[in-house]
Design a protein around this ligand. Structure first.
Ligand SMILES: Cc1cc2nc3c(=O)[nH]c(=O)nc-3n(C[C@H](O)[C@H](O)[C@H](O)COP(=O)(O)OP(=O)(O)OC[C@H]3O[C@@H](n4cnc5c(N)ncnc54)[C@H](O)[C@@H]3O)c2cc1C
Length: 359
């Protein structure tokens, strides 16, 4: 990239917030879809919406392609600079700006890691429901772009159901606000258009999210089967009975064997052809009845074992152990150092996989 452009970018974000070194750029040549690679010409680390706008205006001036990037855990190649140009890395915009407990909303910057929201709001009795398996590493901006989902989205809906308002930078550098932090917006649902647009419409620079109250009671069941069909039928029968669990995770035998042979050994029965993890949540009153009804449905579908599983801390589903306690994991590792830059190309995928032994 021409020195003149690098210089202009540095004037917007500061000298140390532009990476143009050929070796350092290698780290940004792909996301978690590592079969496709292309190096950007520069990676820039803005800290404000105004800086994002400034970068976009420079890209427009020189006719350069540009794209936002969160943690690079995307599996669709969306954060790869297919035609070179500028990657706008959002990791330094990683602050939770406000938490409104009364209205159960929070305003966050796009580089906040998904799990950090729940960890921060848990002492207030709140949590953020969408829980992709990569939640220890992926950013809320990336979640918005991908309309990310996770086990709890069965009951609570995908990312799009939890985004109330956003601030975005348009392709010409203009900064606009969309949606209504107080609830439903009148008129065209522009926030809904942008959630899931995979970084192609705008760069999201601020997000108002919905928080949910932590449920009074949580119970997780593990059902083991000798047949994949019987396990699958149980899912249909549970939903058909009008019960919507907080999460339903189907685990096949290959996965069970892989987990049990690994350091993430969780206590699955090796005889099982398939297993179902069923997480129930709600008020204390009624949870046992719901659990009994589901156990009955599992048994009717020839589950040879139905038992209570222990819930993994900080994750949407549960792993069951025949003995001992459930393994918990330490603080997140995102593959980024304190400077916000990535130092290992595929660290997010590794650390996310480590946190979810059941998949
Ligand atoms: C082990 C593993 C497990 C996963 N499990 C799940 C899962 O359960 N559910 C699920 O839905 N996904 C899952 N994913 C995919 C991925 O984690 C999600 O798509 C996540 O939302 C990507 O977030 P990110 O911060 O890594 O975004 P990136 O990969 O950096 O970017 C993804 C897309 O978002 C765009 N983008 C990033 N930031 C912004 C922004 N501020 N404004 C506009 N666009 C932006 C990028 O341009 C790109 O198109 C998994 C990935 C891995 C590696």
């Amino acid at each position: 990239m021409r020195a003149e452009i690098i210089e202009k970018l540095r004037r917007v974000v500061g000298k140390d917030a532009v990476v143009a070194d050929e070796t350092e750029l290698l780290v940004y040549e792909c996301d978690a879809l590592a079969i496709f690679k292309h190096k950007p010409d520069a990676v820039v680390f803005p800290q404000t919406a105004e800086q994002v706008s400034g970068i976009v205006k420079i890209a427009c001036e020189y006719g350069l392609p540009f794209l936002p990037r969160g943690a690079g855990t995307g599996l669709s190649g969306g954060a790869m600079a297919a035609e070179g140009g500028i990657i706008i890395e959002m990791q330094k915009m990683n602050r939770i700006l406000s938490i409104d407990t009364e209205n159960r909303i929070a305003v966050v910057q796009p580089g906040v890691v998904n799990l950090n929201i729940t960890q921060t709001t848990a002492p207030l009795g709140l949590y953020y429901a969408p829980d992709p398996s990569s939640q220890q590493a992926c950013t809320i901006g990336g979640n918005v772009a991908e309309n990310a989902g996770g086990p709890h989205c069965l009951k609570y809906g995908m990312t799009t159901n939890h985004i109330l308002a956003i601030e975005v930078v348009l392709a010409n550098g203009e900064i606009v606000r969309l949606g209504n932090p107080a609830g439903e917006a009148i008129g065209m649902d522009l926030v809904g258009t942008i959630v899931g647009s995979e970084g192609t419409f705008v760069i999201v620079t601020e997000i108002t999210i919905r928080l949910l109250p932590k449920p009074q009671a949580v119970k997780t069941l593990l059902a083991a089967y000798h047949s994949v069909e019987a396990c699958s039928q149980t899912v249909s029968d549970i939903i058909g009975a009008g019960i919507v669990p907080a999460a339903l995770e189907f685990v096949d035998d290959k996965t069970i064997h892989a987990v049990e042979a690994s350091v993430f050994k969780a206590g699955y029965s090796l005889d099982a052809r398939a297993a179902l993890l069923i997480e129930l949540d709600g008020f204390q009153d009624g949870i046992e009845e719901m659990s009994a009804a589901i156990s009955e449905i599992c048994r009717k579908n020839q589950a040879y074992e139905v038992r209570v599983a222990k819930k993994r801390p900080g994750a949407g589903a549960a792993v069951a152990r025949s003995e001992g306690s459930v393994r918990s994991h330490g603080p997140r590792e995102s593959g980024h150092d304190r400077d916000g830059r990535r130092h290992s190309p595929h660290a997010p995928a590794r650390c996310a996989a480590r946190s979810r032994p059941a998949i």
